[in-house]
Design a protein around this ligand. Structure first.
Ligand code: DP6
Length: 330
């Protein structure tokens, strides 16, 4: 089944009157990672995942209909050549909504997180674009449907429709209508995330290709879905009992397990740089000295520290370069 066939099931039969619309969506960091697709066209995952949204860090996107059949994409103030992968990915996504091929869009998108740096800008990008297009076309879709559609742009975008803790239910249907995210109604005002930017250049292997290579070649991948499901259960327990050590240690173990599947791919996929490893060792050393500090990492070299606000001064003294995010506000 392709994306257009799925969209035909959920989009209302409305006019093609479109207006300009603007939306923000937060970036998110998975505590239990999405890694591996059972359907690469629809981004249907092999395992469920759970994330925390980064509040004000993310993507603002404005869409404005044009009287011409081509789209224009402006990323962080720079117009992208229509042939770039980025502009084409956006145009193909708009095609899913577009009824009248004579209507192009000016898409102005601005990230306040580094693009392509393992800080999940595609997640907030496709979520913001989905929300903006929904308003522009006047579709009035439910959050569930929006999450499901954003997923088809980028899997992790399904979670960026919401703030706070979010779970993406993997679903089982072939058309993926049951594969979307839900917010988890738990607040954790004391939770802090620290972004450690090791390298913010474009990564060499994107998540899509990385997942594919891991599934095809890593002998460790077979054990990943069971690990992810067990971690998800632990994360729920940690959330329900407000147990920081359980939450953060599960997230770190989950990330390390995912990276182990990368490393055992062929050719090997190692996203860590020497400075990533140095920062990881520093976290482990500080933990041995009694600081409740953990990290998670995505398919990139950067670390996302996890700690409680009460440890902020200690953490800042060891990682002064860290960018602090308080997912539940001050
Ligand atoms: C490691 O959502 O970027 O960040 O669906 O191919 O666009 P595509 O992949 P993407 O993968 C994110 C992978 C991850 C883990 C996660 O965010 O759950």
């Amino acid at each position: 089944m392709n994306k257009a066939e799925v969209l035909a099931k959920v989009l209302p039969d409305v006019t093609d009157v479109v207006a300009s619309a603007e939306h923000f969506a937060p970036s998110n960091i998975a505590l239990c990672k999405y890694w591996g697709k059972r359907d690469a066209e629809l981004n249907l995952p092999i395992n469920p995942s759970l994330s925390i949204s980064l509040r004000d860090l993310g993507t603002h996107t404005k869409v404005t209909p044009l009287d011409q059949p081509v789209d224009r994409v402006i990323l962080n103030g720079h117009e992208m050549h229509p042939e770039t992968k980025f502009a084409q990915r956006i145009s193909r996504f708009i095609d899913l909504f577009r009824r009248d091929s004579a209507i192009g869009f000016l898409v102005e998108t601005r990230n306040n997180i580094p693009t392509q740096a393992g800080l999940a800008s595609s997640a907030s990008g496709f979520a913001a674009l989905t929300l903006a297009l929904n308003d522009s076309f006047g579709f009035n879709l439910s959050k569930e449907a929006l999450s499901m559609i954003a997923r088809m742009g980028s899997g992790s975008a399904s979670r960026s429709i919401y703030q706070g803790f979010v779970e993406w239910h993997m679903g089982h249907r072939e058309d993926g209508l049951d594969s979307h995210a839900h917010p988890i109604d738990i607040q954790w005002p004391g939770l802090a995330v620290g972004l450690i930017k090791i390298d913010v250049g474009e990564k060499s292997i994107d998540s899509r290709s990385g997942m594919q290579r891991t599934i095809e070649t890593s002998h460790l991948y077979n054990s990943w879905p069971a690990q992810a499901n067990a971690d998800l259960a632990k994360l729920h327990e940690a959330l329900n009992t407000h147990n920081f050590e359980l939450l953060a240690s599960t997230a770190e173990h989950n990330a390390m397990s995912m990276h182990a599947t990368f490393a055992s791919s062929w050719p090997p996929l190692v996203y860590w740089l020497p400075d990533s490893l140095a920062a990881m060792h520093k976290v482990w050393q500080l933990r041995q000295q009694g600081l409740a500090l953990y990290f998670t990492m995505d398919a990139g070299p950067n670390l996302k520290l996890l700690f409680e606000k009460s440890s902020l001064n200690d953490v800042v003294s060891h990682f002064p370069e860290m960018e602090l995010v308080l997912p539940f506000g001050e």
